[in-house]
Ligand binder design. Structure first.
Ligand code: ADP
Ligand code: MG
Length: 448
């Protein structure tokens, strides 16, 4: 890997926690590192408009991520594809020093944007919010652990960062650690590899804190060693009265993990978060528009809230797109702008990838009939394709579980959940299922 790529990879890790997931996916991640010239990192955007927008909005952030990693770098230059060739051909003139130890990035891992003030409370998330406030006021006292679960894009990560940010201000003497469970798992594996289990650094890191927050704990499914390590970490911290907080896409009892870990997760408070209703969606959009200083009329915000129902992240992405399009066309955002912004969104998610398409491709792959796939037969030859199909639908589309159930001959949502989780587990351990899932997915996503 060349130096520009290597530096950019590290910057991406830091930037991911600085901007919203949507901004990260739409703007930051699409930039391509081209070269380093005279201590300047050259990034290429997909076109001139994107370049201008990124320059306007994200350049300072990109700069600071870069200088945190390498203080010798002086500038970030954004180019568009027309300039690409000449810059790529120039000889790289700056060699990257060893980067700073990761501790510096970790210190900033909590995004300041995710705080309690920027979180909008309504019926669907009030319980989670109040539990989070209580824990942030007095860590280790009331709800321990706090276990938050619910679908994607509903604010779980946001609320976790909010707890962390609050604790750092209110109780500056307390040590707070936030990590995604994949990070926990990777670091655990690395520590086993390098120290053969006598991993004192790893243990010190995770057990020497007052508040431990592990995001998306469901990734621990199928990872035995990490589950055991988590169990021991949990016990040590809990006994010492330290606060533990977890998020997951499902409740502990529906995770395919060690029983004893499930029961630990259930010791404190379990709270779920569900998709917001219309009023809350409108309120969130108002808040976002205000925070981002977007000038978007109320009726346009309401229209977005009407059209995008599944999760807040998707809604935020349309909001950004509306703002972008209206700036691009130099027009006041209107219902038409939303329609235009939604065009891509529905193309991608609704019109092109449909449940019917997933069913069709699954049938083709397994060579079964769709009446059988969605019908009542219970023999093995049909149950596996059916479960794979259900899994793929939940993965590719944000449909309510109950509606998926009704596509499969009126099965209820718990059956759908069971199928989804079963395959999610098997994808990790069973090569045949893994291949089937990835082949069918490819078939579904391929535009002919
Ligand atoms: P999850 O971790 O549940 O997948 P995130 O916390 O990443 O979801 O939220 C996705 C996006 O939606 C974030 O940008 C977050 O700020 C925003 N969001 C979700 N719920 C709310 C809310 N109630 N108020 C304000 N923003 C929210
Ligand atoms: Mg999250």
């Amino acid at each position: 890997m060349n130096a520009a790529k290597e530096l950019w990879q590290k910057m991406l890790t830091a930037l991911e926690t600085e901007v919203s997931a949507v901004n990260f996916d739409v703007w930051i991640k699409t930039l391509e590192p081209i070269n380093i010239l005279d201590g300047k990192l050259i990034l290429c955007a997909s076109n001139a408009q994107v370049r201008n927008f990124v320059c306007d909005k994200f350049r300072p952030m990109i700069m600071s991520a870069m200088s945190a990693l390498n203080p010798y770098m002086t500038d970030v230059v954004l180019i568009d594809p027309s300039e690409r060739e000449s810059v790529a051909a120039a000889e790289e003139t700056f060699v990257i020093d060893e980067p700073e130890p990761p501790a510096r990035i970790e210190a900033n891992v909590l995004s300041p944007r995710y705080n309690f003030e920027s979180f909008v409370v309504g019926k669907s998330n009030r319980h989670m919010y109040e539990a989070a406030r209580a824990v942030a006021e007095q860590p280790g006292v009331q709800y321990n652990p706090l276990f938050i679960y619910g679908g994607t894009g509903l604010g779980k990560t946001h609320i976790m960062h909010a707890i962390g940010n609050y604790v750092r201000i209110k109780h500056p003497h307390l040590k707070v650690l936030y990590a995604g469970s994949e990070k926990f798992v990777n670091e655990y594996i690395e520590s086993v590899r390098t120290t053969k289990g006598k991993s004192s650094n790893f243990r010190e890191k995770y057990r020497g804190v007052d508040v431990l927050m592990i995001d998306d704990i469901q990734f621990i499914v199928g990872k035995q060693g990490s589950q055991e390590e988590m169990f021991n970490t949990f016990n040590e911290l809990h006994q010492a009265g330290k606060q533990l907080i977890f998020t997951s896409d499902r409740p502990p009892q529906e995770m395919d993990i060690e029983e004893r870990l499930i029961s630990r997760f259930q010791w404190g408070l379990l709270t779920d978060v569900v998709p917001p209703d219309f009023e809350l969606r409108v309120a969130i959009l108002h808040k976002k528009a205000q925070l981002e200083k977007f000038n978007i009329p109320g009726e346009v915000l309401s229209y977005i809230a009407e059209r995008v129902q599944s999760n807040v992240r998707a809604m935020e992405s349309i909001l950004n797109k509306v703002n972008f399009l209206s700036r691009l066309n130099e027009q006041e955002p209107s219902i038409e702008t939303v329609t235009e912004a939604l065009k891509d969104y529905s193309d991608k998610n609704e019109e092109f990838v449909t449940a019917e398409r997933v069913i069709y491709c699954t049938c083709k792959y397994y060579n079964v009939r769709s009446e059988d796939l969605t019908g009542k037969k219970k023999n093995r030859e049909i149950v596996e394709p059916r479960q794979v199909c259900i899994y793929l639908i939940t993965e590719l589309l944000s449909l309510p579980l109950a509606s998926i159930g009704s596509l499969f001959g009126g099965r209820d949502h718990t059956t759908v959940m069971h199928a989804r989780d079963k395959i999610a587990g098997l994808v990790q351990s069973n090569i045949k299922i893994k291949v089937a899932v990835s082949d069918i997915k490819e078939m579904v996503l391929k535009r002919d």
